[in-house]
Design a protein around this ligand. Structure first.
Ligand code: NDP
Length: 249
């Protein structure tokens, strides 16, 4: 048994990268999963196909996590489809490296809207559905090691991820015994995000300077999320848990 039998889960950013790995690992562990994606319809369909080769009931829904009405509609549809909601993984996110003096308010807002407002909206709707009908649940917010480390030219991103850790602590207190809330903060992970399209060569070079001396695989974050979502996480709430090759030491 994989530890998540009967669990009804939503994973945002489930079309690609870490979110996709989380969705597939959770389905492998026995969960039924709805992924939320924005632009990558083909990738979302492929992820659902892969999950359906494991078990039935999985599906994909399109929503921009920064748009309130879209999140409300998608979370309602997901909860209805699943017959309730036990675990939500807030993984949708964007990174745009930019020197501070070249960061206009629109660029700042774009990152905060998807990463922080998105986590807020999805988390709020998750709580709403977890508190009605089922006996509570769990929220796993995907943060970043950079929230603690800081990084030149990435202040909006780092601020969004520090904000996520704060949402986590507040919600863990507010929903105490019913809902466990944690941040999983990855270090460098091999996804589309870790590329010269979003990051400078200088930042990319920094990524392997960890005690483990390598970049991680999405699967390594996903396995940790499965552990936390399952019985192994039963006494853990309000924490920021690093899966980062030791980057924050
Ligand atoms: P990817 O770029 O590979 O995937 C990003 C995912 O987020 C996609 O599924 C994308 O969906 C989705 N997404 C983006 N914007 C929106 C939106 N507005 N609404 C809904 N979905 C959206 O990134 P990663 O897998 O690397 O990152 C996943 C999370 O992990 C992010 O929060 C990131 O900040 C965090 N992280 C990543 C690290 C890394 O090294 N890779 C390190 C630390 C943290 P679609 O393509 O369908 O639009």
């Amino acid at each position: 048994s994989g530890g998540l039998e009967g669990i009804r889960a939503v994973v945002t950013g489930g079309s690609r990268g870490i979110g996709r790995a989380c969705a597939i690992a959770m389905a492998t562990a026995g969960a039924t999963v709805v992924i939320i994606y924005q632009g990558s319809e083909q990738a979302a369909t492929a992820a659902v196909d892969e999950m359906r080769s494991i078990s039935s009931g999985h599906r994909a829904l399109r929503a921009d996590v920064s748009a309130e009405s879209e999140v409300v509609a998608a979370m309602t549809a997901a909860s209805r489809h699943l017959g309730g909601l036990d675990v939500v993984v807030n993984c949708a996110g964007i990174l745009e490296e930019r020197p501070l003096l070249e960061t206009d308010a629109a660029a700042f807002d774009r990152i905060i809207s998807v990463n922080l407002r998105g986590a807020f909206l999805v988390g709020r709707e998750a709580v709403r559905h977890m508190m009605t009908g089922s006996e509570g649940g769990q929220i796993i917010n995907i943060g970043s090691d950079l929230a603690d480390l800081g990084r030149a030219r990435n202040s909006a991103y780092c601020a969004s991820k520090a904000g996520i850790a704060a949402l986590t602590r507040c919600w863990a207190r507010e929903f105490g015994p019913e809902i466990r809330v944690n941040t999983v903060a990855p270090g460098p992970i091999a996804t589309d995000m870790l590329s010269t399209e979003t990051m400078s060569e200088e930042s990319l070079a920094e990524e392997t300077r960890t005690p483990l001396g390598r970049i991680g695989e999405p699967r390594e974050v996903a396995d940790f999320v499965v552990f936390l979502a399952g019985p192994g996480g039963s006494f853990t709430t309000g924490q920021t848990l690093g899966v980062n090759g030791g980057s924050t030491m």
